[in-house]
Design a binder for this molecule. Structure first.
Ligand code: FAD
Length: 393
């Protein structure tokens, strides 16, 4: 009965079927074990690679599908989020956030080196922006790089925190400060560097203990005199901030897509529950308050979905304004959190139990208002676009 979504074509529907089959065969049966282990297993990544899910937007010569069509990313993100938000975020960091850096800002030699394994899932990626003392205020990160004595690379020192795929990743796209004299602009600035597993001085902390999204291996990282060759600089020296700004619209959209799919799933689960659960001789969903509440939830999700679909189409057409992506991110995560909270309420005490999907989903959802640019930062961006300052930051 919902409005028909108009953005997808037959190939996206077939792709969705393939993703659903993959999830049912490879992930759902071991979902409990994955949750307990707090990490998606390596084989799940390589099987996703084999199925062709990690090559969206990657040129065919490296094993990808060669199509820059975000609708495939959206389908993948929606289906993973329906299984659990941590699957959406872990795979999404790889396919939606890291992929464009590795295709758009890399040299041919870097693409030859990294992309084939990126596509097969043998190499999982992470993005390292946030630091213990700087998340929203990205320009003020402290991790820094200085030229090495042979002048063919960098020595990196510092740390990162809250990094999704932080334990599994073998390539981390890290934002580091480089000094004025090293940057072509002559000013201090951020440079993106590929920090690889096994580089001496690169260490990871424990998996962080989060209150939700337990399937994701979120971790700290430490860099102590890590030698990073020039060959691992991604994009322009000193141009990292600009590269990140270019990537943020897709990151925000990816987040929005997942948020609404996650909320949609919770509404469906709740509807089933409230039709079944009896109180005072009637299904709890049939009380007028609960009927109205569920009418509101369904409406909120559908209306948000329509805006996000429009953003997806704009992104496919390369016309998505980062400010509109910020609106999608902020609004979808607020809707998601409101919806999830009501879904828990409609489940009564069972909604607060760990074994109930809706309780887990509620905890998983909380972070979406904080990450990918917090909602306050999204409102800053939107506000500045209305003439209250520089909208690009
Ligand atoms: C589970 C998880 C996974 C994550 N994954 C990654 C990852 O893979 N890679 C990565 O780099 N980072 C990751 N992050 C980090 C995330 O992006 C940051 O937590 C987020 O950007 C907020 O930064 P912060 O935590 O330092 O909060 P702060 O910047 O300290 O903000 C604290 C509060 O102040 C508000 N605030 C800050 N500045 C302003 C302002 N100008 N106006 C109004 N309010 C403001 C914020 O909105 C927030 O409410 C992850 C975080 C979590 C929790």
């Amino acid at each position: 009965m919902a409005l028909k979504r108009l953005i997808f074509e037959d190939e996206h529907d077939w792709f969705r079927e393939a993703v659903r089959t993959f999830i049912d065969r490879e992930l759902r049966p071991q979902a409990e074990a994955i949750r307990e282990n707090r990490m998606i297993p390596a084989e799940a990544w390589t099987k996703a690679g084999e199925a062709g899910f990690l090559g969206i937007g990657i040129p065919e010569e490296y094993g990808g599908n060669g199509l820059r069509d975000f609708r495939f990313n959206a389908v993948l993100g929606e289906e993973f989020n329906r299984l659990g938000a941590a699957y959406g975020s872990s795979f999404g960091i790889h396919t939606d956030v890291c992929a464009p850096y590795l295709t758009d800002f890399t040299t041919e030699a870097q693409r030859d080196r990294w992309l084939p394994k990126f596509v097969t899932g043998e190499m999982v990626t992470a993005i390292g922006m946030t630091e213990p003392q700087a998340g929203s205020d990205l320009a003020n990160i402290l991790t820094n790089a200085t030229r090495n004595s042979s002048d063919d690379g960098w020595i990196v020192n510092g740390s990162k925190t809250f990094i999704t795929n932080g334990i599994r990743a073998s390539l981390i796209i890290a934002a580091v400060q480089t000094p004025a004299e090293a940057n072509p602009s002559g000013k201090p600035g951020i440079t993106l560097m590929g920090i690889e597993e096994g580089m001496p001085g690169f260490n990871r902390g424990q998996k962080l203990h989060k209150i939700g999204q337990h399937e994701a291996d979120t971790a700290e990282m430490f860099f102590e005199n890590v030698e990073v060759p020039d060959a691992n600089v991604i994009g322009t020296v000193g141009g990292g901030f600009g590269h990140m700004m270019e990537g943020l619209a897709q990151e925000r959209l990816s987040s929005a897509v997942g948020n609404i799919a996650h909320a949609q799933r919770a509404v469906e689960v709740t509807l089933e529950y409230t039709k079944d659960r009896q109180a005072f001789g009637r299904p709890v969903g049939s009380f007028q308050h609960n009927r109205f509440l569920q009418a509101e939830l369904v409406t909120e999700v559908e209306v948000a979905q329509t805006y996000i679909d429009r953003c997806i189409q704009e992104h496919v057409d390369s016309t998505l304004d980062p400010v509109d992506a910020a609106k999608a991110k902020y609004w979808s995560s607020d809707v998601q959190n409101r919806v999830l909270d009501d879904c828990v309420q409609l489940h009564g005490g069972y909604g607060f139990m760990e074994e109930y999907e809706v309780g887990r989903a509620w905890a998983d959802a909380r972070v979406t208002r904080i990450w990918a640019g917090s909602n306050e930062i999204m409102k800053e961006i939107i506000g500045r676009s209305m003439g209250f300052g520089d909208p690009r930051r």
